[in-house]
Design a protein around this ligand. Structure first.
Ligand code: FMN
Length: 157
């Protein structure tokens, strides 16, 4: 089975997750696509598709939303996994629900919030301000949930 992992990222954390997923699946059977470089992807070669992006102020990356909306009919023919990266754990369920079209959420065999990171040196002035204000965090912190990433892969087989 060939898999594509399709994602959007602002500061690299979702890419890290995509690479971790490819590590689990094996490089020969798995391609990863950053939507910034590949806005339209030919899905016909892939039986399994895993899509993810990060959440900023409650909202999924626009490129992920656009890609999902443009490819709903093709995606519901695939084995499908969906994930979000984020740091606001109490909101994960709601954020997941709002991140993807309802039809894809219904079809997906796995939907996971896999945690995230604050990488302070990569944030701009305003982002740092928001993070400090909302979460009180001043230093870089990584809260990626590697068990959830593993589950995401195994549940979409
Ligand atoms: C300005 C800002 C706003 C954020 N807002 C949210 C949010 O509303 N909910 C959430 O779960 N995480 C939020 N996060 C955390 C990001 O989703 C997290 O840093 C993620 O790992 C970023 O992934 P990326 O580098 O792939 O974009 C926010 C982060 C920043 C810097």
């Amino acid at each position: 089975m060939q898999t594509s992992v399709i994602f959007a990222t602002s500061h690299g954390t979702t890419q890290k997750v995509a690479e971790k997923i490819r590590e689990h699946i094996g490089e020969t059977n798995c391609a990863i696509y950053n939507l910034k470089d590949n806005p339209s992807i030919d899905l016909s070669n892939y039986q399994r598709v895993i899509i993810g992006g990060s959440i900023y102020t409650g909202t999924m990356q626009k490129k992920v939303k656009e890609f999902c909306n443009a490819n709903i009919e093709k995606l519901i023919e695939k084995s499908l996994g969906l994930f979000i990266c984020g740091m606001n754990e109490p909101a994960f369920e709601e954020e997941l629900k709002n991140a993807f079209p309802e039809k894809l959420l219904e079809h997906a065999s796995s939907k996971k919030a896999v945690g995230g990171e604050f990488v302070m040196e990569k944030l701009n002035f305003f982002e740092k301000l928001i993070v400090k204000k909302v979460s009180g965090v001043k230093e870089s912190v990584s809260k990626l949930d590697f068990d959830k990433i593993r589950q995401l892969v195994s549940e979409t087989e």
